[in-house]
Every structure is written in C-alpha cells, then in structure tokens.
Design a protein around this ligand. Structure first.
Ligand code: ADP
Length: 426
C-alpha cells in the first residue's frame, strides 16, 4: 500500500479512537463524532479547491498540504511533467513532418472526411493557387472540377493514380487514406515528362512513316529483279526480300503502337460480339496456318464494350504467337467464358512454353525470349506490346501462364459492364 495512503488511514483510525475515548470521558460521543467528521470533510473540501485551482494552471510550486494530499500533488505533478514531455516530442515530430512536406517538390493537401482542405504545403500553393486564409475549410472538388477527379472522389477507390490537366499543367494525382478518416492528396507535375513522351512517340511514328516509302520502292525493285529469274543472284535477292518484308512488318507494328498511344481510348459503350469476333480470328488463323496445327474454338454468347478492330488485332496477335511458338501438329484452342470476375478470352497452346523469369517482361517492346527463333518465325517483338496497349485501353488485363515444354495460356480479362453485372446479380 502507498505510504501516504497508509499514513492517512492511521491518522483517521487514531482520530476516531481519540474521539471515542474523549466521548466516553465527556459523554458527548455523537457530538464529538459529528464535529470530527465535519472537520474531516472541511479539510478535504479545502484541499480539493486548492487542487482544482492548481490543476487549472499547474506550476512547479506545489500547494502546501499534508498526508495523502501531499502525495496526490506529487503524483499529479509527475504525470503532468510526463505529459508535457510527450507533447513536446509530438510537436517536434509534427514540426519536422510539416517542414519536410513543405520542402517536398510534390503538392500535398490534407483532406478531412468531408473532402475539406485542412492543410497544404508550399508546392500545393504554387500548383493549385491555394491561399491559407481563403482555401482552408473549402471542399477540394470546388477547386479541382474536372470530371475525372470528381468521379475519382465519388468512387473512393484510391488505389490508382489519375492524370488531369490543371492550369495548363499535366498533373499525376493520388489520394492516400490515413489515420482516422484523413486523406492525403499528392500531385506531381508531369508536364515535361508527357511532352517528352509525345516527342518520342511522334518521332517514332514520323520515322516509321518516312521509312515506309523507300522500303516499298526497294521491295518493288527486288520483286522485279526476282521475276527476271537470274539464278546467280536469286539467293541474295530472296534474302533482301525477306529482310525488307521484315522491316515493313516492324514499321507497320511501330505505326500501330504509335497510333494506339496517341489516340484517346475508345469509348466503352459499343458492344462487340465476342463469338463473332473469335470466329473471324479463327478463319484468319486457319488461312495463315495452312493446316500445320489443329486449331479449335469453343465459344459462348458474350460481348464486351470497345473497339472491334483493336480487339480483333489483339486476339489475332495472341493466336499468331501460338502458331509461331507451337511445333507442327500441335493443338491451339481459342475460347471465351464469363464468370463473376468478368469476361475472358483465352488462347491456349501446347507449344514450347516460356520460362517463368520471362513472363513479366513479355509485353515490353522488342522483348523476345529467343530473338533468333522469333525472327525466323517472322516475329517483330512488338505483338504483345500491342496486345497490352489495346487491353489497357479497354480497362482489361493480360494473364499469362506457361510451362516450358508443355505450352502457354494467354488470357484477356475484361470487366463486366453494368448490364452484365445486373444480370449476374439477378
Ligand atoms: P514476337 O513478334 O517475337 O512474337 P511478341 O511481343 O508477340 O513478339 O512476343 C514476345 C515474346 O514472347 C516472343 O518473342 C516469344 O518469345 C514469347 N511468346 C509469345 N507468345 C508465346 C507463346 N504462345 N508461346 C511461347 N512463347 C511465346
């Protein structure tokens, strides 16, 4: 037991005994007990008043008291000191955090649960023209009114970064929830980066266009020379023809990629009949394959939203790859299905397969597991980059599963659109 409390109890018991003895001697036990109790309550009230006063403004100078009150003052003062130290430490952390976020080249805005601005750093002042006096407390959607941001805010799925134009700048933004209903909006100025991207894309597109004409001329002459049938130069001419065809194919793919990058994504409200699309891809594949493989299709009625031409190009690329990388007489299956996750189109082969370390990089431009084999088969190294671009533009993803020596699965995963979601729910 605490020594102050023990002392207080001893005092109380001793006073009680004294009152009882005095009461016996004088015959006024009850009166003396009442007087003692009143005195004791008075002493407590007096000390409580002093305590409240001291708590209002705690100082080093502890009020003079005795017994348990002395102990109480001491303990409370220690608690106060500990709290003051913790507060100071916390303030230091907050100050340090604020000065480091002030110095960040990234705009940072703290929002509360009602999307009202609570705090922002210097970069945010510059990028969004914010002023403390005017803008703290106002809602962020009054400041950034672009529909892409409004939708992002309404959906409250803050996993991905969005890009939008604000005050003639291209900004990449993300909202990160933290703490209890607090949100940190960060925005990066990516104007220069986008300008460089545009320049790179335009350069590749222009260079490809420019090279196409001389190549067509070369190819025409080579064809004419081949037709003359001079056996001495037949072999080198054929080689030149093969290489020019390859170059034309690369240029065509580069132009397709540049177009996909520069065009706005297709509006996802035109339904594309998947069964019909797969049949078309199948017919083209059978023509290309000329009976070297067994190609089968299994389709079911389904549709996805998007651009038919782009989608056909993507699935055709997957089937062409399956043909390229499957030895003769191999089996290639093309099918579609629909489940709660979405609509899927798969191309499966029992060809050479791919080692796991390559799978993550297949959609990079010019990435080839075996460049020699790819070239031999007429590959450009751009097919899967085109597929990825098309799928990105349709909010879809490419899933690849493969076992070396056994074969590969390339699956396009599309989101269900609203009506399909409702149908599934019903
Ligand atoms: P390429 O024109 O070389 O086929 P792609 O971008 O279409 O280029 O594919 C990249 C690489 O991925 C290919 O070079 C090949 O190594 C590998 N690949 C693609 N599809 C398959 C497949 N079905 N089976 C095995 N490997 C494949």
């Amino acid at each position: 037991m605490n020594s102050g409390l023990r002392k207080e109890i001893i005092n109380l018991v001793a006073s009680g005994l004294l009152i009882l003895i005095l009461g016996r001697l004088t015959g006024y036990t009850l009166e003396l007990l009442i007087a003692g109790l009143a005195g004791w309550i008075g002493w407590y009230l007096y000390n409580l008043t002093k305590l409240i006063k001291w708590l209002d403004k705690p100082t080093k100078q502890l009020p003079k008291s005795a017994g348990i009150w002395d102990e109480l003052y001491y303990q409370l003062y220690q608690l106060y000191l500990r709290q003051r130290k913790a507060r100071k430490k916390l303030k230091n952390i907050v100050d340090r955090f604020q000065s480091s976020t002030q110095a960040l080249p990234v705009a940072a805005i703290v929002l509360n649960k009602n999307d009202e601005i609570e705090w922002f750093n210097q970069a945010a002042e510059g990028i969004f023209d914010l002023q403390k006096a005017k803008d703290v407390g106002s809602r962020i959607n009054k400041l950034i009114r672009q529909p892409v941001f409004t939708n992002y805010l309404v959906r409250r799925e803050f996993k991905e970064t969005i890009e939008l134009e604000f005050n003639h700048r291209q900004l990449a933004m993300i909202i990160t929830p933290y703490g209890h209903n607090q949100f940190l909006l960060t925005a990066r100025d990516v104007t220069q980066q986008r300008q460089l991207d545009d320049m790179r894309r335009d350069f590749v597109a222009n260079a490809s266009h420019e090279l196409r004409t001389p190549l067509t001329v070369i190819s025409g002459f080579v064809e004419a020379l081949c037709e003359q049938g001079d056996s001495r130069i037949k072999v080198p001419l054929e080689k030149i023809q093969n290489q020019t065809e390859r170059m034309q194919q690369i240029l065509d793919d580069l132009i397709i990629l540049a177009r996909l990058e520069s065009k706005a994504s297709p509006l996802l409200h035109d339904p594309v009949d998947l069964e019909e699309l797969i049949h078309q891809v199948y017919d083209d594949a059978v023509m290309l394959d000329q009976g070297r493989h067994e190609i089968v299709i299994e389709t079911m009625p389904a549709s996805i939203m998007g651009n038919r031409v782009e989608l056909q190009m993507a699935i055709t690329n997957l089937v062409t790859n399956a043909i390229r990388y499957t030895p003769e007489n191999g089996l290639i299956r093309i099918f579609n299905n629909i489940d709660s996750e979405g609509v899927h189109v798969s191309v499966v082969d029992n060809g050479i397969g791919i080692m796991p370390e390559h799978i993550g990089r297949l959609t990079e431009r010019f990435y080839r597991v075996d460049p020699g084999r790819s070239r031999e088969q007429g590959g450009t190294g751009l097919g899967l980059a085109i597929v990825k671009h098309v799928l990105d533009r349709h909010n879809a993803t490419l899933y690849v599963k493969s076992t070396p020596g056994e074969g590969s699965l390339f699956r396009c995963d599309f989101e269900l659109f609203e009506e399909q979601k409702k149908e599934k729910a019903a």
